[in-house]
Write a protein that binds this ligand. Structure first.
Ligand code: ADP
Length: 209
C-alpha cells in the first residue's frame, strides 16, 4: 500500500508523540481535524495506527511488510478456490482430453462411483498416454492417473499460503480442495497457480487494506 506524504507525516507524529488525539495531530500539521479525518481512517483501517476512545492514536509498531504478511496469512483456500472439474475413473483418456479442452482447465480430478477422489490427471499425464500405441478411447483414465494415496490435497479452511507451499514443494499445478467423509475425500474445489496469481494482483489493489 502506497502512503501519501501526509500519511507518512502522521505516522511519524504518532510514533514520536502517541498516544495523541486527532486534534493534536491536526495542530502539529497546521490542519483542521476534519481535513485529517480521511487519512486517519485509512491509517487505522490498514493497521498502521490504532485508536482508543479518550486515549487517542498510537502506533501499532508494525511495518508495511509485517502487515502485508499478516494479511496474506489470513487468506483462506475458500476465499480463492475455483470450481473443480472431475471425471469418473472409468472414462477413457480420449474423453478426459476432450473434457480438459471443453472445460479449459489444466488438471482434472478423478472420482470413483461414490464421488470420492481417486486420482489426478495433468496435461502431461494425458500427453504421455497419447504417445503410446494404445487406442485412447479404449484406455480408462485410472490406468494412467496419479492415484490415491499419493494425492496432495487441501481443505477449504486451510490458509492459502500453505496451499501455495504445497504447490511449490510437490512441483504440481493444482490441488483438490476436499471435504473428509467416512468414505474418503469428496472434491469440493480446486486451487491452482492461477488462483495464486489472482491473489498477487488483488493484493496491490486497495480492496485488501
Ligand atoms: P503437468 O504434468 O501438466 O506439468 P503437474 O505439474 O500438475 O502438471 O503434474 C505433474 C505430475 O504430478 C502429474 O503426473 C500429475 O498427475 C501429478 N499431480 C498433479 N497434481 C497432483 C496432486 N494434487 N497430488 C498428487 N499428484 C499430482
Amino acid at each position: 500500500m502506497e502512503l501519501t506524504p501526509r500519511q507518512e507525516q502522521i505516522i511519524e507524529i504518532v510514533k514520536n508523540n502517541g498516544p495523541i488525539t486527532g486534534e493534536n495531530i491536526a495542530d502539529k500539521l497546521n490542519l483542521t481535524r476534519a481535513t485529517l479525518r480521511p487519512d486517519l481512517a485509512i491509517l487505522t483501517m490498514s493497521g498502521f495506527l490504532d485508536a482508543r476512545p479518550r486515549v487517542g492514536y498510537f502506533y501499532t509498531g508494525k511495518s508495511g511488510n509485517e502487515l502485508l504478511s499478516e494479511t496474506i496469512k489470513n487468506i483462506k483456500v475458500k476465499d480463492y478456490q475455483s470450481v473443480p472439474v472431475v471425471v469418473k475413473d472409468n472414462v477413457s483418456v480420449y474423453d478426459a482430453i476432450t473434457t480438459m479442452f471443453l472445460e479449459d482447465v489444466g488438471t482434472l480430478f478423478v472420482v470413483n462411483n461414490k464421488s470420492i477422489l481417486s486420482g489426478v490427471l495433468s496435461r502431461k499425464d494425458l500427453l504421455r498416454a497419447s504417445l503410446g500405441k494404445q487406442d485412447l478411447s479404449e484406455l480408462p483414465v485410472h490406468i494412467i492417473m496419479t492415484r490415491m494415496p499419493n494425492i496432495t490435497v487441501c481443505e477449504k479452511e486451510d490458509s492459502l499460503i500453505e496451499a501455495a507451499q504445497l504447490l511449490i514443494d510437490k512441483q504440481i499445478d493444482a490441488l483438490p480442495v476436499v471435504n473428509k467423509t467416512a468414505n474418503g475425500w469428496e472434491v469440493t474445489g480446486r486451487i491452482t497457480k492461477t488462483n495464486m496469481t489472482r491473489v498477487l494482483v488483488e493484493l496491490v489493489s486497495e480492496d485488501h487494506f
